[in-house]
Design a protein around this ligand. Structure first.
Ligand SMILES: [Fe+2]
Length: 141
């Protein structure tokens, strides 16, 4: 665990605190929407308090990765990603399967539409199903 702690610490004090808090959510046995809400609160604090020179933020701003795995927990299996989306960025509708996700916005604003799957079948096969836009949420600006 010491190696994990040092690699997390290298990404910054606030990031390390966030990971410790997220690990605590899992360690307390929270799951599903209850866990997502608890992690959301931790993430809001991280995003509000992490300065641009904290290593995880500075790296994303410098490298502009479309997706970067910042942390993967060896015990609970959760993953923290970081992305830099240019204005106009769009992602194809996708399904997170049985997993939940918490999106946070460090700078700017995003719109996240949600879709309801219609029809049966594997939607990787054209014509077997369709998706319909159901709603959206916006991140902070
Ligand atoms: Fe997603």
């Amino acid at each position: 665990m010491a190696m994990v702690e040092s690699s997390v610490q290298a990404l910054g004090d606030r990031f390390a605190r966030f990971i410790a808090e997220a690990r605590d959510v899992w360690a307390r046995g929270l799951r599903g929407p209850e866990a997502a809400e608890a992690v959301r609160e931790c993430m809001l604090r991280l995003l509000a308090e992490a300065p641009e020179d904290e290593p995880w933020v500075a790296g994303i701003l410098r490298d502009r990765p479309p997706g970067r795995e910042l942390y993967r927990d060896p015990e609970f299996g959760f993953v923290q990603m970081g992305h830099l989306h240019a204005p106009g960025h769009q992602t194809a509708p996708h399904d997170h399967g049985p997993c939940w996700v918490v999106y946070g916005v460090y700078r700017g604003e995003i719109e996240i539409p949600t879709y309801r799957r219609e029809g049966a079948g594997d939607d990787r096969e054209a014509g077997n199903s369709s998706r319909r836009r159901q709603g959206s949420s916006k991140g902070p600006g």
